[in-house]
Design a protein around this ligand. Structure first.
Ligand SMILES: [Zn+2]
Length: 451
């Protein structure tokens, strides 16, 4: 409803079309006072609006009307200690789309080999947001001339918080192992616009969905964000340029902001700083890399005409330690037993797809919000006949009757992959001749990829 449309009809209301005037009129008509704006109280008054997202939007608009700002909250984290979290970030954390990350293991099936690796995307995302803020605040204090604003900091923190919203069950297992197999089976698993589905792209779709169904725009504006541009800026920081390879939502003199959460220039970003520290802690691996020290020796400088985040030369050994940490985590995640377990989970999910419609959920944000690692238990505890094959694989996994490694080879490039397939076929033939209890030979090409 446009702001000059006169009489407001409450039939088929779309509050999101309201301007500030309609919100003010609603407050007056319903005699809403600042003092009775408790969520439960307010939602009760707004119950004539059928959709929850409408009620939330109006509640947030009323708070913005009265300019009611909440206090930051203090979170405790085993990696970063106490973290003060901005109230807008708390609102984002308290949505079903973000809470979903509590149920997605950071390292997927690695937990079945390393018993400490039970951490989830939830705490990692909060950690990335915290580090994004710390890093930017350090740069701001060292270089006031960069003109880093509170609004910039909040946007970068939101990008850190939301960068993994699109991860599927068991994190990388979903994009790297399951989606390609579903595609081979002819399932519709492309992303929007027919592009390859990636968790980064899914994070952008989930971010839009989260902002929409939780009516977050008025709160974002209340805390100083400029919409819709800042939402697009946040998405650029997560997924890279949205159009034509060019960042659009911050000028060139702020280009370094794009290197904090997902650094497309050299891959050194706070996403990695958090998961290096967190994964090592939970895997029981020692890590020498010190991101806090690196923050202190970082400066924004002009390189080839563009502003980039640079590191002091004497930090080179610290950075070597960072890459060494990376390879240590990689070794744990590509451990032969981890791989065997990941392949069993993948096969179970593949066999369950017809019944559980996993492939159908990836472009349906409502369905995807409900898709987490719990599919494992759903299959394992099911009694349904169509899930029997999938269930049997997971029953084997639980009892440690795992796929066995029969051979491995180091491959350098694509011709190597072709050679590998030939080796697998001949190995399969030989094993079949020997007879025995061989069900199948499956192969996998692990890639060094973390994000
Ligand atoms: Zn991440």
């Amino acid at each position: 409803m446009a702001s000059n449309s006169g009489q407001m009809s409450e039939k088929n209301l779309t509050t999101k079309d309201w301007g500030k005037e309609e919100v003010a009129k609603f407050i007056k008509e319903h005699d809403i006072k600042e003092t009775n704006l408790k969520m439960s109280d307010c939602l009760n008054r707004l119950k004539k609006f059928e959709k929850r997202c409408e009620r939330l939007w109006l509640h947030n608009s009323i708070k913005a009307h009265f300019k009611i700002k909440d206090e930051p909250k203090v979170f405790n984290d085993p990696i970063h200690g106490t973290m003060e979290i901005h109230p807008l970030l708390v609102k984002i954390i308290d949505t079903p789309q973000f809470q979903r990350l509590r149920h997605i293991k950071q390292l997927g099936g690695t937990y079945y080999v390393f018993p400490g690796a039970s951490h989830n995307r939830f705490e990692h995302s909060i950690g990335v947001s915290h580090l994004a803020g710390e890093f930017l605040k350090t740069l701001k204090s060292k270089q006031p001339g960069l003109n880093i604003t509170e609004r910039d900091i909040l946007c970068v923190q939101i990008a850190g918080l939301c960068h993994d919203l699109g991860h599927g069950p068991f994190s990388h297992l979903f994009d790297d192992m399951l989606i390609p197999k579903l595609k081979e089976q002819g399932k519709p698993v492309d992303g929007p616009g027919g592009k390859k589905w990636t968790h980064e792209q899914a994070s952008l779709s989930m971010f839009d969905h989260m902002v929409d169904v939780n009516g977050l725009e008025p709160l974002m504006e209340l805390y100083g964000l400029k919409l819709p541009g800042d939402c697009e800026f946040i998405k650029e920081m997560i997924g890279g340029p949205l159009n034509d390879g060019q960042y659009e939502y911050r000028p060139n003199n702020k280009a370094f902001l794009y290197e904090i959460v997902a650094n497309k220039t050299n891959g050194i970003d706070v996403d990695k700083f958090d998961y290096f520290a967190r994964d090592c802690y939970h895997l029981g691996i020692k890590a020498n890399f010190d991101h806090r020290r690196l923050f202190m020796f970082s400066r924004v400088m002009k390189v080839d005409g563009n502003l980039h985040i640079c590191f002091r030369d004497k930090e080179v050994n610290n950075l070597y330690d960072m890459f060494h940490t990376r390879i240590c985590i990689h070794r744990a995640c590509k451990h032969k037993v981890t791989m065997s377990i990941q392949m069993m989970i993948r096969d179970a999910l593949l066999k369950a797809d017809g019944e559980l419609h996993l492939s159908g959920a990836i472009n349906d944000q409502e369905a995807y919000t409900k898709l987490t690692d719990h599919v494992f238990e759903k299959i394992l505890h099911s009694t349904s006949v169509p899930l029997e094959e999938a269930r049997k694989i997971l029953e084997r996994l639980v009892c440690r009757d795992l796929y066995k490694l029969v051979g491995e080879a180091k491959l350098k490039d694509q011709p190597g992959l072709k050679l590998a397939q030939e080796m697998i076929d001949s190995l399969k033939e030989k094993l079949e001749k020997l007879g025995g209890d061989i069900e199948d030979i499956v192969s996998f090409y692990p890639l060094l990829r973390f994000s």
